[in-house]
Write a protein that binds this ligand. Structure first.
Ligand SMILES: Cc1ncc(COP(=O)(O)O)c(C=O)c1O
Length: 388
């Protein structure tokens, strides 16, 4: 526990105002501000998900997702098992192998997909990587191949600035892990053949299920190509060479959690009350901007993203730049611990594989007032720690 002696050690006085909600984790992320356990009262618990009431809830989750994200009518949206990982793995294992692949990674999760394709599926692949803080030149890829990439690198805080580098007219498919981008950043549907995300990120839902969004070209591939490897039931999207359409109406492959579905519905309806996609994006932008301004005003901290156009507005990753710091990892850990023990910022240490620093989630469910209240604490923790 931090004691009042810390104020004496720091030139910066200990702040007095705490964030109302100190949850800045990058996943599971803060629940929507409107959330209480009562919000889940209408969940059809103890009922079959195949009963009318269950099916209606699942279909509503798909419909609201389409409405808010502006997914084109001819794209399929499915609820699948195992969160974003399940959705992205299912897509890679079902679609890849028909053409060579271009695997793109600029942080840990993208690197995980590279491993899958190169070491597990053993597909002929070109691997393109960039260091933490940087992004791969997306214009340098061969879009006649299938391209797998992450829209927002959650562990580096580097995002695609837009989709202009992806040709609308391409022979290969694009598979995009958009889990920390969906609902916070524009996703250009005509450039994306597969898009995946989980409920636990920008909408503050639960992590049980993944969302799989398929373009007509992705469906065409599914119906015309059979991978050389066996496909477990949990990944199977086709039967007899035809798409299993039911999956995209809410007839899930296996049993979903109706409690998690109800929670997602609550989050989506809250999203509508704050202005839908535009409102959700504006909330993330305002949160992130407050941290960008803080970095501009303090010469001891900086955004890990080198190019401002690629700075994430959800997973904002920060590095300490003060020359007096000798052990960066220990220093960042100590600052995060200090903030946690004051109950002003929980779970903000950088991801285990990422450079030492902090990661502050700025997605839509975080209140800007809470970021504002937290930042003076960060300054106080830094100045206190640097003197210890
Ligand atoms: C970019 C990215 N991909 C995949 C995942 C894995 O998501 P999940 O644990 O929901 O499957 C995460 C989780 O943080 C992520 O940030």
């Amino acid at each position: 526990m931090v004691t009042t002696n810390d104020t004496a050690r720091s030139d910066v006085p200990k702040p007095t105002v705490r964030p109302v909600n100190p949850r800045f984790s990058s996943g599971p992320c803060a629940k929507p501000p409107s959330f209480t356990l009562e919000s889940l009262a209408d969940a059809p618990l103890g009922r079959s998900h195949r009963a009318g009431v269950g099916k209606a809830k699942l279909a509503e989750a798909i419909d609201l997702t389409r409405d808010i994200l502006g997914v084109p009518d001819n794209y399929r949206i499915g609820i699948v098992p195992a969160s974003d990982t399940g959705a992205f793995e299912m897509a890679m294992w079902s679609l890849l192998g028909a053409r060579p692949a271009e695997m793109v990674a600029w942080e840990s999760f993208g690197a995980g997909w590279v491993t899958d394709v190169v070491k597990q599926l053993k597909i002929d692949a070109q691997v393109h990587t960039a260091d933490y803080g940087q992004i791969v030149d997306m214009t340098a890829l061969n879009y006649d191949n299938d391209v797998c990439f992450t829209w927002n690198g959650t562990t580096s805080g580097v995002r695609m600035p837009n989709g202009d580098m992806i040709p609308a007219d391409r022979a290969g498919l694009t598979l995009c892990d958009a889990t920390s981008a969906a609902f916070a950043q524009d996703l250009p549907w005509d450039r994306l053949d597969v898009t995946t995300f989980s409920w636990q990120k920008v909408m503050g839902g639960e992590a049980a299920h993944g969302m799989l969004i398929l373009s007509p070209r992705a469906v065409e591939r599914l119906e015309s190509y059979i991978p050389a490897w066996p496909m477990p039931k949990i990944f199977r999207l086709t039967k007899g060479g035809k798409l299993i359409e039911g999956i995209f109406r809410g007839e899930t492959i296996n049993t979903p959690s109706m409690l998690a579905v109800e929670d997602y519905l609550h989050a989506l309806k809250w999203g509508q009350t704050v202005g839908g996609l535009t409102g959700l994006q504006a909330r993330a932008d305002a949160n992130a901007q407050m941290i960008f301004d803080f970095c501009d005003a303090n010469n001891w901290i900086a955004n890990l993203a080198e190019d401002p156009a690629t700075r994430s507005n959800t997973s904002v990753c920060l590095k300490f730049t003060d020359d007096r710091i000798t052990d960066g990892a220990a220093f960042a850990k100590a600052v995060a611990k200090r903030l946690e023990s004051e109950d002003v910022a929980l779970d903000i240490g950088a991801y285990r594989d990422a450079p030492a620093g902090l990661r502050i989630w700025c997605g839509a469910t975080v209140e800007t007032a809470d970021i504002k209240a937290m930042l003076p604490w960060l300054a106080w923790a830094f100045h206190t720690e640097i003197k210890t």
